[in-house]
Design a binder for this molecule. Structure first.
Ligand SMILES: Cc1cc2nc3c(=O)[nH]c(=O)nc-3n(C[C@H](O)[C@H](O)[C@H](O)COP(=O)(O)OP(=O)(O)OC[C@H]3O[C@@H](n4cnc5c(N)ncnc54)[C@H](O)[C@@H]3O)c2cc1C
Length: 352
């Protein structure tokens, strides 16, 4: 967005509007800034319009939507409700939620119509599968985000999860022109069940999130993603599709073959940090306390590493550092791979 000339003002909020002499608007923010603008578009969320439902005495849920059962029936036996105004269960967390999206609204309409006519239909719930286009890029998401998981755990749930970051090409690298997809996959550390995924990129993003979406709806695990058989020809994907790679990284972590570490923990760890890129890459910017041993030299220089400390390996996106972590583990070092490499570190505001 910044590259396209959008000026972002984060960590601030609109405090008020006023019309100025030239019939423009002044927008004031909480931090004291003042912007003169021609047009204001407020995109600050969606709230269900439940006046009619309330006046009919229907039960309203904790999120302010019309409460319905899994057949879309309200608290009145003769009234069904669907769409933006109802509260439904989140398929992954089981919590009540409001999802103003057209897909769930349409599916709910079919469930309601079916049950009214005597069919035994039930609504599975929503998993917030959504997609958005921004300046030629696609942003898509399905299932729970890490923020939602943190919020649920703070509220007393106990959902143990792990996450992987990866940056695979949308198709094989030898076919012109591959475009990277930035992906994040979240899964349960209890049973490997897929909990959520988000992806951003120019090509092939919606396809990958749709695959994860149906995986989530079928309670699939990272082992199912690892084994997923997806269509492949060079212009469409890869023999190891980004979905397979996400599943493989997650399954490797789940099985304990290639445990992950995360950049947000780097300040607080006393792990030894190992940069396995080549020296030119290292010189162009590296984590302060990292030692550089290029992957190709690792076996000959392995004696330079402290055997009593945990070692966190990194490279630019996490592939070479995965090989390094595996080699170290096979040599009895306690090594972890920093998920997503420097790419993820930089997007999290990490300094080089
Ligand atoms: C600009 C915009 C873009 C969107 N893009 C997407 C998208 O790309 N993907 C996506 O998944 N979702 C999108 N949505 C959301 C999607 O449109 C809604 O989730 C979906 O339409 C909800 O369906 P609904 O039946 O609950 O409500 P609606 O489609 O809003 O239908 C409600 C109907 O009830 C009528 N009505 C209201 N009050 C009364 C009354 N008192 N008496 C009689 N009739 C009444 C309204 O006129 C309306 O026709 C978008 C929404 C907007 C506003």
């Amino acid at each position: 967005m910044i590259a396209n000339g959008i000026s972002l003002h984060l960590e601030d909020a609109v405090a008020g509007f006023e019309q100025n002499d030239r019939r423009n608007l002044n927008v004031k923010t909480k931090s004291g800034m003042n912007f003169t603008v021609d047009l204001v578009i407020l995109a600050i969320g969606v709230r269900p319009e439940t006046t009619l439902a309330r006046s009919a005495g229907l039960e309203i849920g904790e999120r302010g939507g019309i409460r319905v059962d899994d057949r879309m029936k309200t608290s009145d036996d003769h009234i069904w409700a669907v769409g933006d105004a109802v509260e439904v269960r989140d398929y992954v967390s089981g919590e009540w939620t409001i999802i103003p999206l057209a897909g769930p609204a349409n599916r709910q309409g079919r469930i309601a119509a079916g049950t009214i006519l005597g069919r035994d239909f039930t609504f599975r719930g929503v998993q917030t599968t959504s997609v958005c286009g921004v300046f030629g890029m696609t942003i898509a998401s399905t299932g729970l985000t890490e923020n939602t998981l943190k919020r649920l755990n703070e509220a007393g749930r106990n959902i143990d999860y792990e996450k992987v970051y990866l940056y695979p090409g949308h198709h094989v690298s030898y076919y012109p022109v591959p475009s990277p997809i930035a992906m994040k996959l979240i899964f349960s550390t209890e049973d490997g069940r897929v909990l959520g995924a988000q992806a951003v990129g120019e090509e092939g993003v919606d396809k990958r999130i749709d695959v994860v979406s149906i995986a989530i709806q079928n309670n699939a695990t990272v082992f199912d993603l690892e084994e997923a058989e997806l269509c492949y020809a060079p212009q469409y994907g890869a023999a190891k599709d980004p979905i397979n790679i996400a599943g493989m990284i997650a399954a490797n972590a789940f099985r304990g073959d290639a445990p992950l570490a995360h950049w947000e923990d780097i300040e607080d760890t006393n792990a030894f940090i190992l940069d396995v890129r080549n020296p030119i890459e290292y010189e162009s910017g590296h984590v302060d306390r990292a030692l550089n041993i290029p992957l190709d030299d690792l076996r000959s220089r392995i004696h330079e590493l402290p055997s009593e400390r945990e070692i966190w390996t990194y490279c630019s996106v996490g592939q070479r550092s995965y090989y390094a972590a595996r080699a170290l583990r096979l040599n009895r070092f306690n090594a972890r791979n920093l998920s997503g490499g420097l790419h993820t570190y930089k997007t999290k505001g990490g300094k080089l």
